[in-house]
Design a protein around this ligand. Sequence first.
Ligand SMILES: [Zn+2]
Length: 107
Amino acid sequence: MSSAAVDMVRKASRVFIKAGYSGKHRGWAVFVTIDGREQQVTGWHGYRAGAETRMEELQRQARLKQRPCLTCGRPFMSEGIHNRICPKCKITHADKDTSSYAIGRAI
Ligand SMILES: [Zn+2]
């Protein structure tokens, strides 16, 4: 996975599949529009589905961003604004929920 391609997808106003020719063979590649200019991001795929899979993967990678965890403040790779607690704290949270339930029952 080239991070240059991910950066291009992140900056792009549009990401799309375009058919073209690589040599004499027809192929499909992922293109982006950055500042109104079309740029090819990936090599040519023999099947449209191959280019689509590549585009989805690039878009998923482009969404990943390092964000500070809301609980411990440590930076982690977040998949989006819905994902703000690091995997480590998510596990700790589950433990806390169980213990507070136990305390509630004791009272
Ligand atoms: Zn955390």
